[in-house]
Write a protein that binds this ligand. Structure first.
Ligand code: GCB
Length: 576
């Protein structure tokens, strides 16, 4: 699925702005910004914690001359179930809150007149959507009749609404539907293998360098562009070429352009190779999360985040725990930040070994179908981004259960079939000897919280526990390992010496001791700290207005440990 972009042959009408909004039981509309989560926009606690259906409405005009075009309506993401109506006609439905969906609306619009778009969004989580959850009616004497709670087993707030832009775009009647590029290196040249999806047949494909000089050209629906002495894309040095695809059909001239990078990724032995050089991941697990906007796309926050990543010397992040916006991936391509892209498969865990998760009625065949569909949508959306260097199929699932093995074997197999060019991982929190899944992946990702959730407050256990643990993973699987989460909550401004939990000193000391262990293990290929910034979670006795494990506060100011990391990462090379 192509990102909607303007060209000589395509127009884009962005419907971002102020929409009308109501919940299902409310007759009256209020004003609501799009994109944004609706939760933190008003002063109403009932809307903040609302579970169920909401309706968004807006009017727009379609010019008469668009009769000659195809008209598409595309929603970047809406959490979690959506139905889209144009002038009262249902034009599309979608399940899943973190990927785009679209519909051709040419036959539903009034040309030269006003049109109405309505989007229903339901944020109720079930066991067959990812991430999953369940609406439970509590029947006990402590609660009034019909009292309901939405349970979910992941650690971020269930922000809801239309989170990414809604756009209308046009194409010619016959048009470029999609394309993919795969790049290979051989001696002093690169091969850019492309293939185009379209009902048309006559194509010209042109590759230009940054100075707009043509470096390669070809004709045909698929083919190879050869680039002599290519400049490669890599973290820290992200050279981008511009690929221009032209459909040259008599009445259907179409042009689509995208910046692409030439690079290779592969895993060999205990190394993760980018452009055949051993890469070391320095960075974070992140979230799409900010004050007031919640999970709504905001390029102000996004560019600030990339500047902070550069400032601190990070070269990568994981899109924990769901696919981030396409806008973020374009920035990652440009800033030269490598991305481990994660499916929204988080909370497939009840944190109770006596309760099975991979069982009928919970994570079952229906969930699997949806997971496979999500991998298809995800790879279709992001396959051409050079910054995306690995897929993560899930975070902290109950991979020790028997049922998890066949489930993830299928997900990993399908991911590999869809994209044989990128390594695959799953992020684990089990013991090496317990998982039934890590044998199927290329890179082992492990989350660890020694001295926090276990032996709370005792920093002295870290060295012993972490080294033993990581060595066991390597002994069993002989694959490169990334420590994909470690960190401590620190409330900005809390200090104590000697370090106590929740202070900035404790967070810094904990992270120092963790990385000290990593420095002496040559099979460890990366350190991702949990988390880039403080973020909102559901309310609980272990969360103080959200999760405070950020190296930056929620409004992106550094805590003490940020300065330690900046110092460390400026000395630690990207490639070994
Ligand atoms: C984890 C989860 C992450 C949580 C984090 C924490 O293991 O992957 O989503 O936010 O721990 O802080 O507890």
């Amino acid at each position: 699925m192509l990102y909607p972009k303007e060209s000589e042959t395509r127009e884009v009408k962005d419907l971002s702005g102020v929409w009308e909004f109501r919940t299902e039981s409310d007759k009256n509309y209020i004003l609501m910004p799009v994109p944004a989560s609706f939760n933190d926009i008003t002063q109403d606690i009932n809307l903040r914690d609302y579970v169920g259906r909401v309706y968004y409405k807006k009017s727009f005009f379609i010019p008469v001359y668009w009769k000659e075009r195809n008209i598409f309506l595309r929603v970047g993401a809406a959490a979690h179930f959506s139905e889209v109506y144009v002038n009262g006609n249902l034009v599309t439905k979608h399940k899943g809150g973190f990927l785009p969906f679209e519909a051709e609306i040419s036959k539903f619009v009034n040309y030269g007149q006003e049109n109405i778009i309505e989007i229903m969004v339901d944020n109720t989580l079930t066991w067959d959507v990812l991430p999953p959850g369940e609406l439970k009616v509590i029947e006990d004497e402590m609660h009034p009749k019909g009292y309901k709670v939405l349970n979910y087993y992941f650690d971020f707030f269930n922000y809801s609404g239309i989170h990414r832009p809604v756009v209308i775009y046009t194409t010619p009647k016959v048009y470029i539907k999609d394309f993919s590029v795969i790049t290979e290196l051989s001696n002093n040249s690169a091969l850019v293998k492309y293939s185009i999806e379209s009902e048309g047949n006559n194509f010209q494909v042109i590759l230009r360098d940054k100075d707009k000089n043509i470096v390669a050209e070809n004709f045909g629906k698929s083919g190879v562009l050869e680039v002599k002495n290519p400049k490669l894309w890599e973290p820290g040095n992200p050279y981008l070429y511009n690929l221009e695809i032209k459909l040259l059909e008599k009445d259907n001239f179409d042009i689509y352009r995208m910046d692409i990078g030439i690079r290779t990724v592969r895993v060999e032995g205990k190394q993760f190779l980018i452009n055949e050089k051993p890469f070391y991941f320095k960075g974070f697990g992140k979230h799409e999360d900010s004050d007031i906007r919640g999970k709504g796309l905001d390029q102000v926050i996004n560019i600030k985040d990339f500047n902070l990543l550069k400032w601190i010397g990070a070269n990568s992040f994981r899109t924990s725990h769901y696919p981030y916006s396409e806008e973020i991936l374009f920035l990652a391509d440009q800033y030269g930040i490598a991305v481990i892209e994660e499916a929204p498969a988080v909370g497939l865990n009840l944190w109770n070994r006596n309760e099975k998760v991979f069982t009928e009625g919970r994570v079952d065949g229906k969930t699997l179908e949806h997971h496979l569909e999500i991998m298809r949508e995800l790879i279709a959306r992001d396959k051409n981004h050079p910054s995306v260097i690995m897929w993560s199929v899930a975070n902290e699932a109950a991979t020790y259960e028997d049922g998890a093995e066949e489930y993830f074997r299928r997900v990993i197999e399908e991911t590999r079939r869809l994209d044989p060019t990128r390594p695959i991982t799953i992020v684990e929190n089990t013991k090496a000897s317990e998982t039934k899944v890590s044998k199927y992946v290329d890179v082992i990702c492990v989350n660890r919280y020694y001295s926090w959730y276990t032996d709370s407050g005792d920093l002295s256990v870290i060295e012993y526990q972490l080294e033993r643990d990581l060595r066991e993973w390597y002994e069993l699987y002989r694959k490169p390992i990334i420590l994909s989460e470690f960190g401590a909550d620190a409330i900005s401004g809390f200090h104590s010496d000697p370090p106590l939990m929740f202070t900035e000193e404790y967070q810094q000391e904990m992270i120092k001791r963790f990385v000290g262990v990593l420095d002496r293990l040559d099979f460890v290929v990366g350190e991702h700290i949990w988390n880039f910034a403080d973020f909102m979670t559901k309310q609980s006795i272990t969360r103080v207005v959200g999760n405070k494990k950020g190296v930056f506060t929620r409004n992106r100011q550094p805590k003490m440990v940020a300065h330690f990391l900046k110092e460390r990462w400026s000395k630690l090379p990207d490639f070994w």
